[in-house]
Design a protein around this ligand. Sequence first.
Ligand SMILES: Nc1ncnc2c1ncn2[C@@H]1O[C@H](COP(=O)(O)OP(=O)(O)OP(=O)(O)O)[C@@H](O)[C@H]1O
Ligand SMILES: [Mg+2]
Length: 279
Amino acid sequence: MTEHGPDQPEQTTGPAQSGVAAAAPATATAAAPAPSPAERNGKMVLRLADVHTYYGHIHALQGVSLEVREGEIVTLLGSNGAGKTTTLKIISGLLHPREGKVEFEGDDVSRVPPHELVRRGIGQSPEGRRIFSRMTVMENLQMGAFSRPDRRNLKGDFDRVFELFPRLAERRSQAAGTLSGGEQQMLAIGRALMSRPRLLLLDEPSLGLAPILVAQIFSIIREINAQNTTMLLVEQNALQALNIAHRGYVLQTGQIVLGGQAADLRENAMVRKVYLGEM
Ligand SMILES: Nc1ncnc2c1ncn2[C@@H]1O[C@H](COP(=O)(O)OP(=O)(O)OP(=O)(O)O)[C@@H](O)[C@H]1O
Ligand SMILES: [Mg+2]
């Protein structure tokens, strides 16, 4: 993980925002943020309602509820073992809730298998990247388009990915296993984009990257979002994630303990202490 020191918040005299749902009240926030897509009442893309799941006897998710609306970047923060990857697996259909419900674009998808969810529009860049290391960059990207119903205009999708990640274009014929960590991360995101997801799930895209690459990845994530892709971003890099997200949730041992506007979470005392390392 990339370490970063606590940044100083911008001090303003504006009123405290009221969007944080629990724990310590938010202190004064920076100038009022632009209305988020949720505040503009975007269409509901994803909804988890009271989701419980287990690994054997381990009660990994203990009633997780969250929402993502069209156009949003929502970040899911939490320490190691909190249940972030498990939550993404529930959404992508790799795990099914024992109790509770997952809705995608209004449909109950709690029991829908992963390949069908990709077809319906959920793309994922998984934890640990999971690229095919013996295949070339091009072949990896092709795999991403595999389950898409409409495979016309693949060229347009390659162009888009290579525009976002020029480094991948230079290395298109190179075996993916020989790419650097940062390039592999770009490939994992690029591959997910090839399925033209309407909801993109990203599991710790900044993990293990040098600070300059972290900044680059976050700015590309923002750009992908600006091109109309709704996102759920799992991160331990709380500050950077909250800087690009509209809203966020904090997960602790399988439970959502806090949720609200990103600007409010950035100022929240508990978030600053636990995730930004401030005492
Ligand atoms: N396949 C598994 N079998 C048993 N327990 C598991 C399995 N996968 C995860 N767990 C447990 O479930 C809990 C949540 O794990 P999860 O991988 O979702 O955490 P995470 O928030 O993604 O953590 P990290 O930041 O380390 O990736 C942990 O206690 C973990 O040990
Ligand atoms: Mg994880």
